[in-house]
Design a protein around this ligand. Structure first.
Ligand code: PEP
Ligand code: MN
Length: 339
């Protein structure tokens, strides 16, 4: 339910509405606009009559949010959410690019690739240190040692770092290092992890589960938002279909559909979407043309010898070429790259 206050509503009247919301065991979320305050009442408010709120002093109108997700919905928050980072923003005019290897493999590897992607136009650095591998015998990541290398790469390049968190037990330690948590496709419905991330105030790159519908994705993001962490960026990373020619099938439709349903930024991952470096640039361009607010892409200095996802990793040269072409596409749809 959204309770829209009169433009001149007093603080006491707002407090009174919040108290009424809490009386019904719902949580309140305040949006203070320049002229008006809107209060979201979130939870199972099915049985609470909207007339109760309409009768309170200072209330202009009350609307029910018809979608099952609330805080993620555009009904709750009409304007695009824009999140500020060191050097760029996501969700506004700019289209930032997050680039780096699938996994942090060594100090020398990540420092070299960080510098290379920065020079080619990246705005943030990605690199996994806890890897969700299909086989338990495959490389599982460097853990905290890898985070130290990522932090050093940030210090040397100024690029904020994006790192996947796989378990609740990793959160506290990782929070000290990372600028953005990546929530991986395989964990999209790990509700304990989602709730725990919702309790942090670290921004989240939230990947779509490989078999998740758009509604399931938005419902899952609600676990983080309802914990009070508002900075969630949704990421289309390809879904499983009957098609086997590529690793996954990019759901390009998801980008404009998500932009219609939610105010949260939408990021395209052309690497996991396709699984093949030959198609990455095409899908990065398609994503931006379809309205994506950013790109996350895998880049490796020696893809043939990468420990994970080498087949889909671009060389720094191919990445630089992709950036050049993405720039032209961004401009064609009235957006721009950060630099
Ligand atoms: C990754 O980014 O390396 C990764 C494992 O992604 P996803 O969760 O989308 O498979
Ligand atoms: Mn990967």
């Amino acid at each position: 339910m959204m309770i829209i206050m009169h433009p001149g509503a007093h603080k006491e009247q707002i407090k009174n509405v919040i108290a009424e919301i809490e009386k019904h065991k719902l949580s309140s979320h305040l949006i203070e606009g320049i002229e008006q305050t809107i209060i979201g009442a979130v939870g199972d408010g099915h049985y609470v009559a909207k007339e109760i709120f309409e009768a309170l002093p200072g209330v202009e109108s009350v609307q029910r949010i018809s979608q099952p997700y609330k805080l993620a919905s555009r009904q709750f928050h009409e304007q695009d959410s824009i999140f500020e980072f060191n050097g760029f923003s996501v969700g506004g005019m700019e289209v930032p690019i997050i680039a780096g290897p699938c996994s942090v493999e060594s100090r020398a590897q990540i420092l070299e690739i960080a510098q290379a992607v920065k020079e080619a136009g990246a705005n943030a650095l990605r690199g996994g240190v806890f890897k969700p591998r299909t086989s338990p015998y495959a490389f599982q990541g460097l853990g905290e040692e890898g985070l130290e290398y990522m932090a050093e790469a940030r210090e040397k390049t100024g690029l904020p770092i994006v790192v996947e968190v796989m378990a609740v037990s990793q959160l506290k330690m990782m929070e000290k290092y990372v600028d953005v948590f990546q929530l991986g496709a395989r964990n999209m419905q790990n509700f304990n992890l989602l709730r725990a991330i919702g309790e942090t105030r670290t921004p989240v790159l939230f990947k779509r589960g490989m078999s998740a519908t758009i509604e399931e994705m938005l419902m899952a993001s609600e676990y983080i938002l309802s914990g009070g962490n508002p900075r969630v960026m949704l990421c289309e990373r390809g879904i499983r279909t009957f098609e086997t020619a590529t690793r996954n099938t990019t759901d390009i439709n998801a980008i404009p559909v998500l932009k219609k349903l939610t105010h949260l930024p939408v990021i395209i991952d052309p690497s996991h979407s396709t699984g093949d470096s030959a198609f990455v640039s095409s899908i990065a361009k398609a994503g931006v043309a379809a309205g994506a607010d950013g790109i996350i892409v895998e880049v490796h200095q020696d893809p043939a010898h990468a420990i994970s996802d080498g087949k889909q990793s671009l060389t720094p040269e191919a990445f630089a070429k992709m950036v050049k072409q993405v720039r032209a596409v961004a401009e064609a749809v009235d957006r721009r790259l950060v630099n």
